[in-house]
Design a protein around this ligand. Structure first.
Ligand code: PRE
Length: 326
């Protein structure tokens, strides 16, 4: 099949009346940042979800014509939450297709509250030193302050996987709590008034909830990057024309019933005089489905049905529905 590109879709703002794009939120997650690259906010309505599965649900159910999901990270590998949904073991997402990809440089920050006075320090303070058994690794950030007050770190499992050297080295005793996204982690750390919680998230996510930067660029590798996929619903239309026996009662109804029996949704019906005889008609039926992308054989099936009930019929084409399946 030919998948439309996001750039193509983004350029078609006028053709598609629904400009909703679902992504893993809350706002300021890395998914949000990737979504903004492919779908500029001036043109698109970006809607956060609580889980990656919910992005799939919204696109499948047509509540959003597009969704953006993380797929693969250059340091920690595949995003299993996304792969599990793409595996579609329960057959929930039969109509979803991937139509584009987005690359995002990912630089994690340790975000929290500064240590309580008088130990509050500036960047000149000597942070805890690495032990000889764990030499510094390239790309591992150095804390800007002491971290002895941090007892708990919130983050997304992928982000923990991308910052494991930093956490092992500087916060080996801290409890690590996996949450739904890094921006959610920042919210949870900010909600802890004791100052004992920190988050691993983007600088933007920390700033949004008033957290301080305790260490910058804490990813294990400087070239850390995540690839996101853009999802959309498979949406095609086809057009056929046919004539039916003029004098047989129910002939047109029988022809139309073929589409219902194959669960093919009709989107338009027109007719013109066939000029075979006065008041005899040639019918045009447009329906959702494609001759070229027909895994269940519903379109080829209806063609076989028309062969039996129509006098003559003709397939005029199958093409991408520019209104995103709505
Ligand atoms: O937690 C976020 O901010 C996300 O958007 C999820 C996610 C992921 O699942 O890979 C996205 C990019 C980073 O690799 C870390 C986390």
């Amino acid at each position: 099949m030919t998948a439309p590109s996001t750039q193509q879709a983004a350029g078609e703002g006028g053709a598609n009346t629904d400009t909703t794009v679902a992504f893993l939120g809350p706002f300021n997650s890395y998914s949000h940042q990737a979504t903004k690259i492919a779908f500029p906010e001036a043109k698109w309505q970006l809607e956060p979800t609580t889980t990656i599965k919910e992005v799939f649900d919204r696109v499948q159910s047509q509540r959003a014509p597009y969704g953006v999901v993380p797929f693969e990270n250059s340091t920690h590998g595949t995003v299993t939450f996304t792969l599990d949904n793409l595996a579609d073991r329960a057959g929930e997402y039969a109509d979803l297709v991937v139509c584009d990809e987005v690359y995002l440089d990912v630089h994690h920050f340790l975000l929290g509250r500064l240590p309580p006075s008088p130990t509050t320090t500036t960047t000149t303070t000597t942070p805890p030193q690495p032990t000889p058994s764990e030499p510094p690794q390239t790309g591992t950030g150095t804390p800007l302050t002491t971290l002895t007050h941090i007892r708990r770190i919130y983050s997304h499992p992928q982000a923990f996987g991308q910052t494991s050297s930093f956490v092992r080295r500087w916060l080996p005793a801290a409890e690590t709590v996996e949450v739904s996204s890094t921006s959610r982690a920042a919210e949870l750390a900010a909600a802890d008034g004791s100052g004992a919680s920190a988050a691993i998230a983007s600088e933007m996510a920390g700033r949004a909830v008033g957290l301080q930067v305790l260490a910058r660029c804490v990813e294990d590798r400087e070239d850390n990057m995540t690839r996101f996929l853009v999802l959309r619903r498979r949406a095609y239309k086809s057009l056929v024309s046919f004539t039916v026996p003029h004098r047989r009662p129910g002939a047109l109804a029988d022809a139309l019933a073929c589409f219902g029996a194959r669960r093919l949704n009709l989107t338009s019906i027109s007719s013109v005089p066939s000029l075979v005889g006065p008041f005899q008609y040639l019918f045009f039926v447009e329906f959702e489905g494609s001759r070229f992308d027909d895994p269940e054989g519903r379109v080829s099936g209806v063609f076989g049905d028309l062969e039996r009930v129509a006098e003559r019929w003709r397939w005029l084409g199958s093409w991408r529905n520019r209104r995103g399946g709505r």
